[in-house]
Design a protein around this ligand. Structure first.
Ligand code: FES
Length: 88
């Protein structure tokens, strides 16, 4: 369904961006939603909120580096193959 008629932005497109952890302001800049007449702003904001509420873990995951922790102080423990030989 088209949410923003002025910029032809669909609900799927907004949801796809929201699921990556983007907020409304970032999505607005990226897609141009609610930048002309503004009639779609309420619906677009509501969609972003619904997506964040449905998948709260998306905001915790580091979007720039999938699989990496959001907190840069947490470093993944590198696999050391010599540890495996010690365990056997
Ligand atoms: S409908 Fe989105 S800016 Fe006009």
């Amino acid at each position: 369904m088209i949410v923003c008629v002025c910029r032809r932005v669909s609900d799927r497109e907004i949801a796809r961006h929201a699921h990556t952890g983007m907020g409304f302001d970032e999505i607005q800049l990226e897609l141009g939603v609610a930048l002309q007449c503004g009639r779609c702003e309420c619906m677009a904001r509501s969609l972003v909120q619904q997506c964040h509420a449905a998948a709260p873990m998306a905001a915790i995951e580091n979007a720039n580096c999938p699989g990496q922790p959001a907190n840069s102080n947490e470093r993944p423990i590198p696999w050391n193959s010599s540890l495996r030989s010690q365990a056997v």
